[in-house]
Design a protein around this ligand. Structure first.
Ligand code: HAM
Length: 410
């Protein structure tokens, strides 16, 4: 038997309603905030992510599905949306004269990671990006959208971690201080962190290694390196969150794994997820547009992992109840009546009712049994006796009551 690729999952009919529910909620909440959906191709030129996400990140270094196509171009299955979306916004001139562009998306993404609970090689994200405003109000709007979405799903007990990386100046100032400190403590760092110290020092703060954690706990704090502009930006974001009663925790070690961030970064965590406890994340990315060849355009956004959201919903008992297959099942006592069954079904479907007819020429008993098994609330029985009066039997499956109804009056 041919098996699906490791780290991928078939979404089967018995859980598809969960997916509809999350996607529908994402659409509704995004629309409430004035966001419009964007869909971009599932693959891009590799440079979109190499330049956008950053050559030194784990995603680009170790996790991308990259191949050379028959034309000799290097192609990558998108590992995330932000860089691809920025490419699309630039190419289609979606932002003109600083007009704001509010976009949301829902789709499949690909990362070659070690599969485990909540971590797949093909996974799905819902995300939103607010493009064109340099102001903290748009950071707050994005976080407010994320929080409203969680609330709409009934997810309350999550942790919103927030930090700022400051502007270009503050970040490079901090980088210097941090590199000095880490270099002085290099001997106590893991080999991976030693490498990161050379390539991407801020990412050392993300290390889960015990030995590293100790060094990190005494590392200089980015919040002490902020200039006035960066400080004010962060303060205003927090002020709006406070005013909206959105709880958060400042974590000055939060740096996120993608290179494009500046100013606000945040992550959403839920303790039901185990090791992969982060179910969403985002932040501001003011230099991504210019890195991808566009005009300098400030922007901020977030993405959430749909598989992780579903795990949370399951653990807190908030998944929607399974939907029934149909509203009516038409049982034909005889396959000669299938024309009539189809005609009745058509009439019901035209008025929006979901109808199943037998197509296996099974006995009446078998059809009734199936209707019962599928929990279908009503059955219409086409049988010889009633047909003589151009009528059928309508049976209510929950209380067993039945009545004879003329076909024209159905
Ligand atoms: P990210 O933190 O890499 O950010 O991914 C966002 C979310 O996608 C994660 O919190 C997680 O729930 C989910 N996710 C990531 N990798 C996997 C995986 N292998 N399996 C299952 N779920 C996964 C971004 O992707 C940024 N583009 C977010 C953003 C938008 N920043 C600004 N705008």
């Amino acid at each position: 038997m041919i098996q699906a690729i490791r780290g991928t999952k078939d979404i089967l009919p018995d859980t598809i309603s969960h997916w509809y529910y999350v996607e529908e909620t994402a659409r509704k909440v995004s629309e409430l905030f004035g966001y419009k959906e964007i869909r971009t191709p599932i693959f891009e030129k590799t440079e979109v992510f190499a330049r956008g996400v950053g050559e030194q990140t784990d995603i680009v270094n170790k996790e991308m599905y990259t191949f050379t196509d028959r034309g000799g171009d290097s192609i990558t299955l998108r590992p995330e949306m932000t860089a691809a979306l920025v490419r699309a916004v630039i190419q289609n001139s979606l932002v003109q004269q600083q007009a704001i562009s509010r976009l949301w998306y829902f789709g499949a993404f690909f990362r070659y990671e070690r599969p485990q609970k909540g971590r797949l090689r093909q996974f799905h994200q819902f995300g939103a990006e607010c493009i064109s405003s340099p102001y903290p109000e748009s950071d707050a709007e994005i976080i407010h959208l994320a929080a409203t979405f969680c609330k709409a799903l009934g997810i309350q007990d999550y942790l919103l971690l927030i930090n700022t990386l400051g502007n270009e100046n503050s970040r490079s100032e901090y980088r210097k201080v941090l590199v000095d400190y880490l270099s002085a403590n290099k001997n106590h760092l893991s080999s991976e962190s030693k490498n990161r110290l050379e390539t991407n020092p801020l990412r050392v703060l993300d290390s889960k290694d015990e030995q590293d954690r100790e060094v990190i706990s005494n590392a200089p704090n980015i919040l002490d390196c902020l200039d006035e502009e960066s400080r004010q930006h962060f303060q205003k974001v927090l002020e709006i969150l406070d005013y909206l009663n959105i709880p958060y925790k400042i974590n000055s070690r939060l740096v996120r794994g993608l290179d494009y961030y500046s100013h606000t970064v945040f992550e959403l965590q839920h303790n039901s997820l185990g090791a992969q406890d982060s179910f969403g994340g985002g932040g501001r990315y003011n230099s991504l547009f210019s890195q991808l060849g566009g005009k300098d355009t400030p922007a901020v956004g977030f993405a959430m992992g749909v598989e992780r959201l579903l795990l949370i919903l399951e653990s807190i008992g908030k998944l929607p109840a399974p939907d029934v297959f149909a509203d009516y099942y038409i049982v034909s006592a005889n396959s000669d009546y299938s024309n009539i069954a189809f005609k009745i079904a058509e009439k019901f479907r035209l008025s929006g009712k979901r109808v199943i007819c037998d197509v296996q020429r099974r006995s009446m008993k078998a059809q009734m049994r199936e209707a019962g098994k599928l929990n279908i609330p009503y059955v219409i029985i086409i049988a010889e006796e009633e047909l003589k009066q151009n009528a059928v039997v309508l049976k209510n499956m929950s209380d067993g009551s039945q009545q004879i109804i003329e076909i024209d009056k159905l």
